[in-house]
Design a protein around this ligand. Structure first.
Ligand SMILES: [Fe+2]
Ligand SMILES: [Fe+2]
Length: 209
């Protein structure tokens, strides 16, 4: 674990303080659940557990910010926003959290920053750490929504299958709630369908021919 501090406080401690200050009790519970599950999945997939914990603590830190604060922070961090993000600024909570962690905390772990930035949408060619955080976000024990039990059944068996099911589920949610769909969510879902894991032999074999 890097010996990074902020105002003399070890980063993990500082992140926990920020979670307690910035998030409602229900979301704090969610974040604790994500940190625990992503730490467990990191160990299972040969990654350092602290990366899963830090990604978990960071991922929703700006989730309760109002739209104008997210848009302002995105501008200040030089994040180029799309039409969809401007229509639904909540989509910026991951990218803003990642930019903040890099600029304000000096976090340099590119994979960890990408996991935080893309945890809402996923993206094609996502790393194992990105899939770990996306799945932990969807499946931690306090989440309750239609289909979560099916995702949970795959979490320890096949991370990529769980990741595809989680992406399908968030797309379904956007359709039902008539929310804009981020183009990366669609690209990510198609990539997962065609490339991910041993569960998709038919999809893989059509790639070659
Ligand atoms: Fe989030
Ligand atoms: Fe979350």
């Amino acid at each position: 674990m890097p010996t990074l501090t902020h105002h003399g406080i070890p980063i993990e401690e500082y992140l926990k303080q920020q979670v307690a200050q910035q998030l409602s009790p229900a979301r704090q519970l969610h974040v604790e659940g994500v940190a625990r599950l992503s730490s467990h999945l990191c160990s299972q997939h040969g990654l350092a557990a602290w990366r899963g914990r830090w990604a978990g603590y960071l991922h929703d830190l700006m989730r309760e910010w109002p739209a104008d604060r997210l848009l302002k922070a995105a501008r200040e961090f030089g994040i180029v926003t799309s039409e969809v993000e401007e229509a639904a600024p909540v989509l910026l909570h991951g990218p803003v959290a990642a930019a903040w962690a890099q600029r304000e905390l000096g976090l340099e772990d590119e994979e960890l920053l990408a996991a935080v930035a893309y945890h809402t949408t996923g993206r094609p060619q996502m790393s194992v750490l990105e899939a770990v955080l996306l799945v932990a976000d969807a499946a931690e024990p306090s989440r309750e929504y239609p289909g979560v039990a099916r995702i949970r059944r795959w979490v320890d068996k096949d991370l990529w299958q769980a990741c595809r099911l989680a992406t399908d589920s968030s797309l379904r949610y956007c359709l039902r709630a008539q929310l804009p769909i981020h183009p990366l969510s669609v690209a990510s879902r198609n990539w997962l369908l065609m490339h991910a894991g041993p569960s998709f032999p038919r999809a893989r074999s059509t790639q070659g021919g």
